[in-house]
Ligand binder design. Sequence first.
Ligand SMILES: Cc1ncc(COP(=O)(O)O)c(C=O)c1O
Length: 400
Amino acid sequence: MEKRPTSTLDTSKIATPAFVIEEALLRHNLSILRHVKERTGCKMYQALKAWSTWELFPVVREYLDGTEASSLNEARLGYEEFNHDVHVYAPAYKDEEFDELLRYSSTIIFNSVDQWKKFKPRIEASGKQIECGLRLNPENISKDEHGGLWSPTAPGSRLGVRRTELEAALTEDRDALQGISGFHFHVFWDKTLPDLREAVRVIEDKFGTHFSAVKWINFGGGQMITNDDYDVEGLIALINDFQTKYSVRVHLEPGAAIVKNAGALVASVLDVVERDDVPYKIAILDMSFNAHTPDFLLSRDLDMPVRGARALRDEKKLKGHAYRLGGGTCVTGDTLGHFHIFEKSLRAGDKIVLEDGIQYNMVQCTMFNGVQHPSIVLWKDDAAETLRAFTFEDYKARMG
Ligand SMILES: Cc1ncc(COP(=O)(O)O)c(C=O)c1O
């Protein structure tokens, strides 16, 4: 694989706050994903929940097959702006939305046998060729290091059909799976190949007897395929072996891996506050962590990578240019819980590059406190192109 290009972002050309996507880095990630596709024949769908800047769908479309959508809105976005290969999964579908959902979907994945049975007649009546799938829950696949938020197979999870439930449904009605052409599982977040290997082993063990009845198996997302140290060739081998063993086609739906290390949230320092009771200074930025990096704040144990700085948690070990970054809202906790040691002292006007600010944050932003919403910027050929800037009217329109 080609080496990851280095970022060429010149922050002096960026008006802040801004989510900046670097096209060369995005294409690097996408070329790794396309390599997996080309070597396995698997299908790959962009999980829109992680990042859905649709102006860049034409770029993503050069590499991937279609989109994975979690709602009517995402399905419509994928259909209208990417292509008509839209794979939808949601924990439950709404009666009044379902007919419209059928218009945009090529594949619909159900979370329970009951939901499948409920909507099957409407799919048949639509006359549209739609592939139907069932999400499986192999239970307790991975430990969740981040407070139980990210494990779809944790005890009590509402996601997917467990083996005992599937067997009970088939005992009650042995044709319960008739019309189902694929299975889906999505079992973790931010994991590496050994985790996937283990998950596949458990899934085969629990559900393998049903695989001969379907055409495709969707391995979901959660794999950091585009990380520099990911074992891409190992993934290719795993997919090829699985496809040969069961005569199915594997689908993958990466989200974070598409934009990881391919863009940043760029902010400016507005002021620096010094307190005599703490061994660090506080840099107040023209953004809000609560409003603009909500996904990141869900896992308080993760360090936010900041360009030119080293993250540190232990207050007692702070030395040099130690800062806590704070947002511009009234909330006391609108800060990064941890600290950063910068190479030099910060001053008002300095730019701060939050390296992993895009995935899952951009899609979850709020306009809390009316803080200026970060614009969306494409960095390409050493120039910044603003794809979207947000105004007072956008703020007002969300409030009433
Ligand atoms: C069903 C499903 N597919 C794909 C993804 C994408 O996962 P990731 O962004 O970790 O690759 C998610 C993320 O939550 C998901 O729930």
